[in-house]
Design a protein around this ligand. Structure first.
Ligand SMILES: Nc1ncnc2c1ncn2[C@@H]1O[C@H](COP(=O)(O)OP(=O)(O)O)[C@@H](O)[C@H]1O
Ligand SMILES: [Mg+2]
Length: 393
């Protein structure tokens, strides 16, 4: 169904030296399509300012066999989303916002078909899950050093073994997001109720004290069952903190105009009072990494730590892409720095949220399209090479 603003404008003039980029999302009965509209509008504006035809398309409307595609664009004048015909895309940027939607069979079928389509490039095909990330990064010694010890949380013995090795554990749903379902466990042997369990809720965290491993397991299961996801148990890292508030780093890593991974920017997130995570909606706040780290480590060591973090982010991104066997253009990453200045990887997200820091935000929008230009150039070159060899033979 199309709204009244539907216009039959067909964009036919398309310069061959610029790609056509479709931002892929899923249809919605009420509002045409799902996803962060502000983000999509920013992407379209940036793409067009670089001469690249950019539009939003839904899984249903992306007909792979037809030359034109029904997409949506944002009209600045009256701030409205309007439907329009566009040339079929050479590049598809997957921004389906929810795991549940991406998992639907018709969506999976379309994503596979896009991946097989000659002349079409798809990136950020799927959400990550925390267990796969761990396995991928564990495959290589270059990245293994950054990951906290992690196990599937299948039985109480897993907790018992990990608690012998680490004084703090984090329990996290494999498909978690925004701190939902996260728990932290620690043990204080000398106390009558030695097991301490913290459960993250909307703003802060609730703390339970338990007398035995069995009781602890019972309480953990009660919570993980209510979340309905498989869990991992992970070595807890004592994060660097300022005024008793731990902080971690959120890095955005993207491919640049030469197709190489590069750190676009990095912000710090300081945990809210009594929160076991650093998410802003849970009372966390945004800070400058350099400023926070300098308070702890001084200028010189901070420069060293930041160099280490930048290097780690790029190495981790490369390994994630290689092991996932699927083309990626960007990911955000949660990295921790511990009290000694060592770097740790917590998770990566293949559908990064908008960064609030405007310098990171602007650069990130441009980089997406610089990478699209790179992909397009490479395809044109490959075509020229094929044509030349056909003439020669
Ligand atoms: N192993 C850990 N040790 C210490 N802190 C952790 C650990 N894992 C997660 N955290 C904290 O919890 C936050 C959320 O964890 P994360 O793995 O990013 O899950 P989510 O998907 O919910 O964002 C992290 O940004 C970090 O502050
Ligand atoms: Mg996170």
């Amino acid at each position: 169904m199309l709204d009244e603003a539907f216009s039959h404008r067909v964009v036919i003039k398309q310069s061959a030296d610029k790609p056509v980029v479709a931002i892929l999302t899923i249809e919605d009965d009420v509002q045409l399509f799902r996803g962060n509209r502000r983000n999509f509008a920013d992407l379209i504006r940036t793409g067009e300012s670089m001469g690249i035809t950019t539009y939003v398309v839904t899984v249903k409307n992306l007909k792979l066999k037809s030359a034109r595609v029904l997409g949506y664009t944002y009209r600045q004048e009256d701030q409205a989303w309007v439907a329009s015909w566009f040339p079929r895309p050479g590049i598809v940027y997957n921004r389906i916002p929810l795991r549940e939607d991406e998992r639907l069979p018709h969506v999976q079928r379309k994503l596979s078909a896009i991946g097989r389509q000659p002349g079409m490039r798809l990136f950020n095909r799927r959400f990550f899950n925390k267990w796969s990330l761990f396995k991928w990064l564990n495959e290589h010694s270059r990245t293994r050093r950054y990951i906290p010890e992690t196990k599937k949380l299948t039985e109480p013995a897993v907790l018992q073994r990990l608690l012998k090795r680490h004084e703090l554990l984090y329990l996290k749903p494999v498909r978690g997001k925004a701190g939902v379902g996260i728990m932290a466990v620690s043990i204080e042997q000398e106390k009558p109720l030695p097991y301490r369990l913290q459960i993250q809720d909307d703003k802060g965290s609730r703390t339970y004290r338990l007398s035995s491993l069995e009781k602890l397991w019972e309480r953990v299961c009660k919570h993980s069952d209510s979340i309905g996801e498989a869990y991992i148990a992970q070595q807890g890292i004592r994060l660097a903190s300022v005024q008793d508030r731990p902080f971690d780093l959120r890095a955005l890593v993207q491919k640049n105009g030469s197709g190489r991974w590069e750190l676009t920017g990095m912000g710090a997130r300081v945990a809210g009072d009594s929160s076991i995570t650093t998410h802003v909606p849970r009372g966390g706040n945004i800070e400058d990494p350099q400023k926070l780290l300098s308070l702890l480590f001084g200028e010189k060591k901070t420069a060293r730590v930041l160099r280490k973090v930048r290097r780690a982010a790029v190495i981790l991104a490369k390994q994630i892409e290689r092991a996932s066997r699927s083309r990626l253009a960007e990911m955000s990453m949660d990295l921790g720095v511990d009290e000694r200045g060592e770097v740790w990887f917590f998770e990566a997200n293949s559908k990064p949220m908008k960064f609030d820091e405007s310098h990171i935000r602007n650069k990130s929008l441009e980089r997406i399209f610089q990478y699209c230009l790179f992909l397009h150039r490479r395809r044109l070159q490959a075509r020229k090479v094929t044509a030349a060899s056909e003439i020669l033979t």
